[in-house]
Design a protein around this ligand. Structure first.
Ligand code: XMP
Length: 315
């Protein structure tokens, strides 16, 4: 990227060209879509409408946090409650790519309806380069269909506008700083949300377990970072694994599920390194998760795999 000021001026000009009338904006609360939304509002004013979808697959406290983040970024936005629709679309599905496709399609159908209501066929997304490169744009194999790329059905009337599609994460962060979007060091959260952190079938109950485990990981890692015991990771989260594992609570056998903890450092998500989290921090995470979730989670694992050969997310 050239300098952020120059990029901003050119992006605003391009947006005015690509959006002749009105547009809706898919604002997930992540840094990418927030930056795209701020650029769009600067370019188009109230001809651009930012929409935040509550998929029911979000982290603990996320709706409130994202709302505060948008307000601090000066964004006007609307929240669309859609948890039932997403859970219904995922009913019985365990294949990761199928999950991603269904989530993508559900997003697009929602945006089509909202675009209709607002009187436009344009949709602005915060797609960045690694999203489409890893979705098969450049590599021979599709590694993962990112929800904001692969999920667009061929029959959609929506015309996508993607002002950040040639940027990498570190460039988006520089742009965020330039635009006054706060906390540019926020960890990325994938569009498919907890659905790709619940390995296997996605139910409201399994999502709730993953959400609680994830909150524990975030709290304990934040604490370790604040105490200077760990550099701030690129991402840190919990994954609820498929399959079950034997445990014991008191005198009773328990047959629960397992949670994997992932803490990685990275520059641009194209590669990543599993971090050396202090053992006592991991132990505290395991104790808290198994205590809070009782016999439902009987084992906590730490994922020591780099990317490659693994990816950052499990699915
Ligand atoms: P992977 O798992 O492919 O992830 O190593 C690379 C980065 O992308 C994030 N990610 C996504 N972000 N939609 C997104 O907006 C998606 O479908 C998606 N899948 C993965 C992941 O969290 C990591 O930062």
């Amino acid at each position: 990227m050239k300098d952020p000021a120059k990029f901003t001026a050119e992006a605003i000009e391009r947006l005015r060209h690509d959006v002749p009338a009105k547009t809706v904006i898919a604002a997930s609360g992540g840094i990418d879509s927030t930056v795209a939304a701020v650029l769009a509002e600067r370019a188009l004013g109230d001809r651009a409408k930012a929409l935040f979808v509550d998929t029911g697959l979000l982290r603990q406290g996320e709706v409130e946090r994202v709302g505060a983040h948008f307000r601090a970024s000066g964004l006007r936005f609307e929240v669309l409650p859609a948890a039932d629709r997403f859970l219904h679309a995922l009913d019985g599905i365990s294949d990761p790519e199928e999950k991603r496709r269904r989530i993508g399609t559900t997003f697009i159908r929602l945006f089509e309806e909202e675009a209709d209501r607002f009187g436009t066929d344009r949709l602005i997304q915060g797609t960045i380069a690694p999203d489409w490169i890893e979705s098969g744009g450049q590599l021979r194999d599709t590694i993962k269909t990112h929800h904001n790329v692969g999920g667009v059905p061929a029959d959609s009337r929506l015309v996508l506008v993607e002002p950040l599609r040639d940027l990498y994460k570190d460039e988006v962060r520089a742009l965020a700083q330039h635009l006054g979007v706060p906390s540019p060091e926020r960890q990325p959260f994938p569009g498919p949300g907890l659905a790709v952190r619940v390995s296997g079938v996605v139910t409201a109950e399994r999502v709730a377990l993953a959400r609680v485990a994830n909150a524990v990981v975030e709290e304990e890692i934040d604490r370790a970072v604040a105490a200077g015991r760990l550099a701030r990771p690129w991402q840190y989260f919990a994954v609820l694994l498929s399959g079950r594992t034997v445990g014991v609570t008191g005198d009773n056998r328990a047959y629960g599920q397992a949670v994997s903890v992932r803490v990685v450092e990275s520059l641009d998500a194209m590669t990543a390194t599993a971090m050396a989290v202090p053992p006592d921090v991991l132990r505290t995470i395991a104790e808290r998760i198994t205590r809070v979730l009782g016999s439902q989670v009987t084992r906590v694992l730490y994922d020591v795999t780099d990317k490659p050969p693994a990816t950052i997310e499990w699915e």
